[in-house]
Design a protein around this ligand. Structure first.
Ligand code: NAD
Length: 292
C-alpha cells in the first residue's frame, strides 16, 4: 500500500506557488492577498484558519485575519463581506464555516463576490463547475483532484464511490470525477445516509471517497482489494494519552483498510493540507485574473 502524502505534496506545491508569486511580484509588484473571516472561538475553526494563514506566509502571499465575536449580527457580517468585495487589495477571501446558528450560511455564501470566492462555494462557481467551465473549484474536492493527478492515479473508466453528499465535499467530488477530464471520466456512485446498503456500493469502488464525519466508519469488509482510498473525515476522538485530550481520526479505519488498499490518504496529513493548498491555488488564480 502506498500512502498518499498530502502533507508532503502540499509542501511541494507551496514552493511552486512561492516561485510564481516571486515572478508576479517582480513583473508588477503585486502579491496575492487572502483574507479569512473567523467568527466565534471554535478551536477546530481557529486551527483551520491558522493553517491557512501559515500557508500564506510560507508561499509568500499576504494574509489578513478578521476575527469577530460569536455575537456578531448577520447584517454586521454581511457588511464585512461587502467591504471585502470592494477592497481592491484583497484578491480572495473565505468565511470559515460553520457559522453561529443565528447567521444564515446561505445568505453569507451568496453575498461573496464570485470573483473572490476562493472557497468555490458560490452557486455561480458551482454552476460553472457543473458545466465544465473555468471557475474556482471547491477547495477540498480540488485538493483531492490535485492529489490524484500528482500521484498519477488512473481514474478514466474507473468506478468511484463517494460516501456523503454535502455541498462542499461529496456532491462536488462526484461531479468533478464524472467530468470529461483528467482526472475524471469515472463512473460515479454517490451514496449517503439513505443509501440502503452502503457496503454493497463501496465494495464495487476502484476509488472510494469517504466524507461523512463518522470516525472509522469504513472498515476493510466494505472495501475491494486494491482500491484507492481517500479519507476526507476529520473527527476528534477522546484520547487521555494525548496532552490535548483527543486525537484526530478519519472516516476510514486506517489500520484495517490499509491492508487492502493500493493507495490511501492518512488522517491527519492527507486531504486536510491539500484543502489549504487548493485554497491558495484559487487565490493565486484570482490574483492573476485581476491583472490579466
Ligand atoms: P456533512 O455533515 O455536511 O455531510 C455528511 C454527509 O454524510 C451527509 O451527506 C450525509 O448524508 C452523509 N452521511 C451521514 N451519515 C451517514 C451514514 N451513516 N451513511 C452514509 N452517509 C452518511 O459533512 P462534510 O462537511 O462533507 O464533512 C464530512 C467530514 O469531512 C467531516 O469529518 C469533516 O470534518 C471533514 N472535512 C474535512 C475537510 C478536509 O479538508 N479534510 C474538509 C471538509 C470536511
Amino acid at each position: 500500500m502506498k500512502i498518499i502524502d498530502g502533507k508532503g505534496l502540499a509542501e511541494k506545491i507551496k514552493l511552486e506557488l512561492k516561485s510564481e508569486v516571486e515572478q508576479i511580484r517582480a513583473e508588477n509588484g503585486n502579491i496575492p492577498h487572502l483574507a479569512a473571516v473567523l467568527i466565534g472561538d471554535s478551536p477546530a475553526s481557529a486551527s483551520y484558519v491558522r493553517n491557512k494563514v501559515r500557508f500564506c506566509e510560507g508561499a509568500g502571499f499576504e494574509s489578513t485575519l478578521i476575527k469577530k465575536d460569536e455575537s456578531i449580527t448577520e447584517s454586521e457580517l454581511l457588511e464585512i463581506i461587502q467591504d471585502l468585495n470592494e477592497n481592491d487589495d484583497i484578491n480572495g477571501f473565505i468565511v470559515q464555516l460553520p457559522l453561529p446558528d443565528h447567521i444564515d450560511e446561505h445568505k453569507v455564501t451568496m453575498a461573496i463576490d464570485p470573483k473572490k470566492d476562493v472557497d468555490g462555494f458560490h452557486p455561480t462557481n458551482i454552476g460553472k463547475m457543473v458545466q465544465g467551465l473555468d471557475s474556482f473549484l471547491p477547495a477540498t474536492p480540488y485538493g483531492i483532484m490535485t492529489m490524484l493527478e500528482r500521484y498519477g492515479i488512473e481514474t478514466s473508466g474507473k468506478h468511484c464511490v463517494v460516501v456523503g453528499r454535502s455541498n462542499i465535499v461529496g456532491t462536488p467530488m462526484s461531479i468533478l470525477l464524472s467530468r470529461k477530464s483528467n482526472p475524471g471520466n469515472c463512473t460515479v456512485t454517490l451514496t449517503h445516509s439513505r443509501t440502503k446498503d452502503i457496503g454493497e456500493e463501496t465494495r464495487r469502488a476502484d476509488i472510494l471517497i469517504a466524507a461523512i464525519g463518522i470516525p472509522n466508519f469504513v472498515c476493510a469488509g466494505m472495501v475491494k482489494e486494491g482500491a484507492v482510498i481517500i479519507d476526507v473525515g476529520i473527527n476528534r476522538v477522546e484520547d487521555d494519552t494525548r496532552k490535548r485530550g483527543y486525537r484526530l481520526v478519519g472516516d476510514v479505519d486506517y489500520d484495517d483498510v490499509s491492508k487492502k488498499a493500493s493507495f490511501m490518504t492518512p488522517v491527519p496529513g492527507g486531504v486536510g493540507p491539500m484543502t489549504v493548498t487548493a485554497l491558495m491555488m484559487n487565490t493565486l488564480k484570482a490574483a492573476k485574473l485581476k491583472t490579466s
